[in-house]
Design a protein. Sequence first.
Length: 105
Amino acid sequence: METDDGCIARDIPFCFMETGTIFIKDGKEYNIRRKQEQNLQACKSGMNHQGRGMAFDLRDSLGLSIPEENLYKPHYAKKCGTYSFRIICNGCSNCGGCEEKMSVD
């Protein structure tokens, strides 16, 4: 299984986010019950495509450009790199919740 060639040709992001409970790779069947493990295996598959980034021209109600320092700054925890949807994620507010969950997962 490979990333859709149409996404690559058009440089559009593609995320293989979960394998599903029954996943067949190289002729071998895997039973993956936990969603977190499905996502981890999907990420390891190498099927994701980053694609081109999006550009925005954000303006206030008067039509003036919003300064960069006033824009949302996303935070990505160490765990974020192990999930497929990282390439389409807007980050988080850095509350620390996922860092605490890392030790439990």
